[in-house]
Design a protein around this ligand. Structure first.
Ligand SMILES: C[S@@+](CC[C@H](N)C(=O)[O-])C[C@H]1O[C@@H](n2cnc3c(N)ncnc32)[C@H](O)[C@@H]1O
Length: 367
């Protein structure tokens, strides 16, 4: 073998070894894309936050809720150029949570005063104002950046909406008994004092008014499978954290200061403590939960899976349309939806938690 062919052989070997190495790396990465995406968003938040001198890699909890939500609007830094673009984003949100739209429908709000509390970039401001006529709409949020996206967006649709910046743990700047309908979706579990916020809702609500509430559901695949198994054990992203701690980091951003999930029973109890009657309407899954539902079998193979997650996952079935539900009939999705109102004055007995139609049986088929 001459010098040149030896050189070519070495180059070939080198290329092959590079390829083998790359394939191995890709294999290892394979199922860890979620973890990598998580870290990318963490690094992004950390870089942005460093300008606020509010966060460092060891102490993410030093961010306040307001700081966090200034940096993390639900549509990122997206600017809506056309009204079609805005409607497309709204549609995308509905498609990603099958059943959510129906559960959270506010009905006809024509002639009513409607508050979207924690309106974010204004999905529901747009949705509700396009559905009804002559509604007095007020969007409230603690994040200036979310409100400015909402402001530009309502302009695109030519809508008349008041947007109000509120502060964590403070009185809502509205008179008592003046609001017909309140929507609060994806907010209460991030609030420092959720019972106090519900009491504020009760104060501003008319006697005949109602609230629609969506909070993160503990009785979900997100909590028991994604946090309890995938992130905790399967991908070992957070093997040293409790499922609650993993959950807090898994939805809106890694350094969110307050984030929890509750069972429907816990929400009903909390609402009753705040003087509100509360009915669990049901839950909607994210398409992500539908996609990973199959991994419950992998989770059940692990002896280290804790017994609560094991029991929950062994009772999960999947409907023909892909929606996961538990044997008691409740959809095992992350969005738990409720209707609340001021109880009629009566001298009845104390009632137990009202789990309403949320766990009504489903005509589902197992996969
Ligand atoms: C997950 S986003 C949901 C946004 C919107 N409701 C939606 O469903 O698209 C949570 C929103 O609640 C706001 N938020 C968080 N804590 C709040 C509080 N205590 N009072 C008012 N808004 C709050 C955040 O700024 C953010 O816009």
């Amino acid at each position: 073998m001459n010098r040149n062919s030896l050189k070519r052989a070495i180059q070939n070997l080198y290329r092959q070894s590079q390829q083998i190495y790359a394939e191995r790396v890709l294999d290892q990465i394979g199922n860890r894309l979620d973890a990598i995406e998580g870290w990318i968003s963490y690094e992004k938040a950390r870089k942005l936050s460093s300008t606020h001198e509010a966060v460092n890699s060891n102490a993410p909890e030093t961010l306040t809720s307001k700081d966090f939500w200034e940096l993390n609007t639900v549509v990122g830094s997206r600017v809506f150029e056309e009204s079609e673009d805005s409607l497309d984003a709204l549609q995308h949100r509905f498609l990603n949570y099958p059943g959510y739209r129906e559960l959270m429908d506010m009905g006809d709000l024509s002639g009513k005063t409607f508050v979207d509390y924690g309106c974010g970039p204004g999905h529901d401001l747009i949705h509700e104002s396009l559905k009804s006529e002559n509604v007095k709409i007020i969007g409230m949020d603690i994040s200036k950046s979310a409100l400015s996206i909402a402001r530009e967006r309502v302009k695109l649709h030519g809508l008349d909406v008041s947007l109000v910046e509120v502060e964590e743990d403070q009185r809502i700047p509205l008179e008592s008994g003046t609001v017909d309908a309140i929507l609060c979706t994806g907010v209460l579990m991030c609030s420092e004092n959720p019972t106090k916020l519900l009491e504020e809702f009760r104060r501003i609500l008319k006697d005949t008014g109602f609230i629609k509430l969506m909070v993160y559901n503990k009785s979900s695949l997100w909590y028991h499978l994604y946090c309890g198994y995938v992130l905790g054990i399967g991908e070992s992203v957070y093997s040293d954290l409790s499922t609650e701690e993993i959950f807090a980091r898994s939805t809106d951003g890694l350094d969110i200061p307050v984030n929890r999930c509750w069972t429907p029973e816990e929400v009903v109890e909390m609402a009753e403590t705040a003087g509100l009657e509360c009915e669990f309407l049901g839950a909607a899954p994210s398409v992500f939960e539908m996609e990973i539902a199959i991994r419950r079998f992998e989770a059940l193979r692990y002896t280290s899976l804790n017994s609560t997650h094991r029991e929950f996952l062994s009772n999960i079935l999947v409907r023909e349309d892909g929606v996961p539900y538990s044997r008691d009939g409740a959809v095992a999705g992350i969005d738990a939806c409720f209707k609340l109102n001021i109880p009629e004055k009566r001298t009845g007995q104390m009632r137990g938690p009202n789990l309403g139609s949320g766990s009504a049986s489903l005509s589902g088929l197992e996969n």
